[in-house]
Write a protein that binds this ligand. Structure first.
Ligand code: CA
Length: 339
């Protein structure tokens, strides 16, 4: 039997104008028997047109998306759009408040919880609401991520490919290219079906992800790229007027690349401190050393190398020096072949 969400809201998704409110998720922790976790949401609607769901705070230590959406919530006049924007700038609210990738309530990564569970833990319940309620209302989905605490990533719009709908993959590619980030990256998290974007694509939504900043910081260039990119996608989808697409700061247009599956990822071979050999954006040769893991408390022991498994360009690299075996220390992308 299908269960429905226990989340309650005063938001009327069908009303024209701007509404700023909360999704209230009942919770009953030690210090609050009959309380709720308020999750901020805004709906801006004007007449008929596509519905776009804009999400920030999927991971709580990725800040450009929440800042960009907050600014839009405060500044956007309903008359500036045609259609409906549903904006959830801090969707995994407990993680955003804590400044952590995962929720301090249940320890879960929201982006590995889809399609969610209406009677599961808090993070599973939020994922279920997004999947069963908000995806149902939406034609398109923007999921605004950044590098978070552990990664430094080239500013990019992400294409989540559909497994069985090449037409939707093409629509996602065009929408991501319209974002106008320096890189447009085809990336499917090694086929993991539990992410928000994979789930949105399965639901048939035009879907664009981003990777904007680095190291749990707020990056000026990424804020600029992201603000412009969100408006560009809304213009592309016909929700906002005006062709606002301008060349990205590189001045070269957006470069289309893809993560070539498992070969793109470099993992630490040991516990220690990782010395990277390349900055992000560097050209990479297959078999070359990505860096060395040093054993700081055993200086007589030779460091161990991590090596690249494919040639391409360094898309992301680890931020903290300290590593454990299996930590991702680098991600390589290859150019998308023309045609
Ligand atoms: Ca993320």
């Amino acid at each position: 039997m299908t269960r429905s969400s226990i989340i309650i809201t005063d938001i009327d998704f069908d009303r024209d104008g701007k509404q700023v409110g909360t999704l209230n998720l009942p919770q009953s922790p030690h210090e609050d028997a009959w309380g709720v976790m308020p999750i901020p949401i805004a709906v801006i609607k004007n007449g008929t047109g596509p519905t776009v769901l804009l999400e920030g705070g999927n991971h709580g230590d990725e800040y450009e998306g929440p800042i960009i959406l907050g600014r839009m919530i405060r500044d956007l006049d309903p008359a500036e759009i045609q259609g409906r924007l549903i904006m959830i700038p801090a969707i995994n609210t407990p993680a955003v408040i804590a400044g952590q990738r995962t929720s301090p309530v249940d320890g879960l990564n929201f982006n590995r919880c889809f399609p969610g569970d209406p009677l599961g833990t808090m993070t599973q319940q939020i994922a279920h609401y997004v999947h069963d309620v908000l995806f149902e209302l939406a034609d398109a989905f923007l999921d605004l991520h950044s590098g978070g605490s552990s990664l430094d990533i080239l500013p990019s719009a992400i294409v989540e490919p559909s497994e069985d709908n090449p037409e939707l993959t093409e629509k996602n590619f065009r929408a991501a290219a319209a974002f106008g980030a320096p890189y447009t990256v085809v990336l499917n998290n090694l086929g993991d079906p539990r992410t928000a974007t994979a789930s949105a694509v399965r639901a048939g939504l035009i879907t664009v992800g981003t990777e904007l900043g680095r190291g749990g910081s707020v990056s000026l260039d990424s804020l600029q790229i992201g603000s412009r990119g969100v408006c560009n996608v809304l213009a592309h989808l016909g929700v906002m007027g005006g062709a606002v697409t301008t060349p990205p700061p590189t001045g070269q247009g957006s470069r289309a690349v893809r993560v070539p599956g498992a070969a793109g990822y470099v993992y630490s071979p040991a516990a220690g401190v990782f010395e990277p050999f390349h900055e992000k954006g560097a050209r990479i040769e297959e078999g070359a050393e990505a860096g060395l893991v040093h054993f700081l408390n055993d200086p007589g022991r030779a460091p161990v190398a991590a090596t690249y498994k494919c040639s391409g360009r360094l898309y992301a690299r680890r931020q903290p020096g300290r590593v454990d075996p299996g930590n991702c220390v680098g991600v390589v992308v290859v150019d998308v072949e023309n045609g």
